[in-house]
Design a protein around this ligand. Structure first.
Ligand SMILES: [Zn+2]
Ligand SMILES: [Zn+2]
Length: 145
């Protein structure tokens, strides 16, 4: 098992996990863009495997009826996204940019692929979900809640 480590910009919040996924997702929705300053790249780990230091520096914002987002109170770094309803509860999607090393990680999914801003386009083979696809999935989560 590889231990993956990361931290926020100021270092007040640090984390490690041995169960980080090898694939990440990128989301272009407007909420992610406003939160992260750009499209959000997230890589998943089971929340229970996360060792977190500096919890007192973490602020959590409930961004919808089915998700919450965390940032560092000291430096503002985007930390993670967590679903609070639906089949992915128990996973944490950590911001890829926090990782000390990203060797071997590849993009697997692109969400809101039809809402990309005009500054970049991802190339390569990966699954793309449009806004309509994602909203249909989210509606299913809310039914479960
Ligand atoms: Zn910080
Ligand atoms: Zn998003």
């Amino acid at each position: 098992m590889t231990t993956r480590t990361g931290q926020c910009m100021c270092g007040a919040v640090r984390f490690s996990t041995e169960e980080l996924a090898e694939h990440f997702a990128i989301c272009h929705c407007k909420t992610c863009q406003r939160w992260a300053g750009t499209s959000f790249k997230g890589v998943s780990a089971p929340t229970a495997t996360l060792e977190i230091e500096g919890r007192e520096h973490i602020a959590v914002f409930k961004s919808s009826g089915f998700a919450e987002r965390a940032h560092c109170r000291s430096c503002g770094s985007t930390l993670w996204y967590r679903l609070t309803a639906g089949p992915y509860v128990g996973k944490t999607s950590l911001a890829v940019g926090l990782l000390d090393h990203t060797d071997g990680l590849t993009v697997a999914h692109e969400y809101f692929s039809d809402r990309t801003d005009s500054t970049h386009t991802l190339t390569g083979e990966h699954k793309q979900f449009t806004a309509a696809d994602v909203l249909a999935m989210a509606a299913a989560f809310e039914d479960d809640a």
